[in-house]
Design a protein around this ligand. Structure first.
Ligand code: FIX
Ligand code: ZN
Length: 411
């Protein structure tokens, strides 16, 4: 068998693959105000707001900036980061440049006028079609919270769900900071108590099960702080043990844990004010050991935890590492993480998700990630060929299908 040009074969397979994006914050056009797209939303992404706050013009305070309407914020960000006196070189900034170039726009423009004009010519539906087509993404998993007023209204009243969007039951607002969620759960018809009683556990299990079924949620997800401990008397940990893990087991759906986020270290930056910390992964060992029938989709925010996560996944087949989350979604870190995951886990992980909040971001987050991941894969296939393994294009296409098509559990 002739030696395969792995760079070309990987490129070809990736281009032919319809991407399944297993964690986003995107919503379909039918969900009205929850749908976010276009230049003003793209440029006011919280990553870019945080970056702008480091170099706001001296006459604008962060508080004054926060009080501006979205289009005015976008103008300030545009003139600060993109027209200002430095090049837009951070990952999030280059992302906007990629989006604009992909849409045939001049990113070196003095204003967002041209981009706004293009966006106004579309409906949310036609823009969704355009972005899905140009990004190569075929399916996105959402982040769905029925306790959130606007979103809950859509699920309760019913709407036609675009089949490219799949539901994920997000648990943060129902479980974190107990008893804060009690009132919302009661209002939704679940008779929980402020104490972590048997009645509370059984009502939360009913909430989880009802909503997984109602939304056809493919998995349940929660983000957790670095001090999350299992087992423990702490309320979130108790609720995970008594309610979430048994429900995942019973309904046979994965439980996703996104661990390591410290919320609101700088609240004035809103969503941009969250940070991270390292997690003691012996907790994951105990969770995976106690719940062998539950698949734990796991992503961890701290770079220093990544190697340990791979080792833990080697010990527990029910731990499925996914994505390079948030502050890890940068080429230098993606490269390192993908290399160590391939070396320790072969094909048994999901390399990336976009975490897109604004539809347009599908146009850069995937191109940028694949630009880093493809050469790492090609190098690994070269190693395999050099070891004497006759490799075919269809082998590579099959593996790419697994990596970018949702893996074994979310295809
Ligand atoms: O908790 C999450 O799902 C995080 O991804 C977000 O809350 C975060 O703000 C984000 O956008 C990261 O990319
Ligand atoms: Zn997210």
């Amino acid at each position: 068998m002739a030696t395969l040009n792995t760079t070309e074969a990987v490129q070809k397979a990736v281009q032919a693959q319809s991407i399944v994006d297993i964690h986003t914050h995107l919503y379909p056009a039918a969900m009205g105000p929850l749908f976010l797209g276009g230049p003003d939303e793209l440029v006011t992404y919280h990553y870019l707001k945080a970056e702008t706050s480091r170099q706001l013009p001296s006459d604008i305070t962060v508080e004054a900036f926060n009080n501006m309407p979205t289009d005015k914020q976008a103008d300030v960000i545009w003139s600060t980061l993109f027209v200002g006196d430095s090049s837009p070189i951070s990952e999030a900034q280059v992302g906007v440049v990629t989006v604009m170039s992909t849409l045939g726009l001049n990113p070196r423009s003095d204003s967002l006028y041209e981009f706004r004009t293009l966006y106004k010519d579309h409906t949310p539906e036609s823009y969704t079609d355009l972005v899905f087509e140009k990004s190569g993404v075929g399916t996105v998993y959402m982040t769905n919270d029925p306790l959130e007023d606007v979103e809950g209204g859509y699920w309760n009243d019913g709407f036609d769900l675009d089949p490219r969007f799949r539901a994920v039951l997000r648990l943060d607002s129902a479980l974190m900071n107990w008893p804060a969620p009690v009132e919302k759960l009661k209002a939704a018809g679940y008779d929980v108590e402020t104490s972590l009683s048997h009645q509370t556990f059984s009502e939360i299990r009913r909430y989880l099960s009802d909503w997984v079924k109602k939304m056809d949620a493919r998995y349940m997800a929660i983000s957790l702080p670095p001090d999350f401990t299992y087992p423990s008397e702490e309320s979130t940990s108790t609720l995970m043990k008594e309610c979430v893990y048994p429900t995942a087991d019973e309904l046979d759906i994965p439980s996703a844990m996104m661990v390591g986020v410290t919320r609101q270290v700088n609240p004035v930056l809103k969503d941009g004010g969250d940070s991270l910390g390292s997690w003691d992964i012996t907790n994951l060992e105990r969770i995976a050991r106690d719940w062998p029938n539950v698949t734990f989709l796991t992503t961890i925010l701290s770079r220093e935890d990544q190697h340990e996560l791979c080792v833990t996944a080697r010990k527990f087949p029910n731990v499925l590492p996914f994505g390079c989350w948030w502050f890890l979604n940068n080429p230098s870190v993606i490269q390192e993480m993908t290399q160590e995951r391939l070396e320790l886990l072969g094909t048994s992980f999901i390399p990336q998700h976009s975490d897109a909040r604004i539809l347009d971001q599908l146009l850069y987050k995937w191109t940028h990630s694949i630009r880093t991941i493809a050469p790492v894969l090609a190098q690994k296939y070269d190693d395999l060929q050099n070891a004497g393994w006759p490799l075919s294009e269809s082998d590579i296409a099959r593996d790419i299908g697994r990596f970018f098509g949702g893996g074994r559990v979310l295809a």
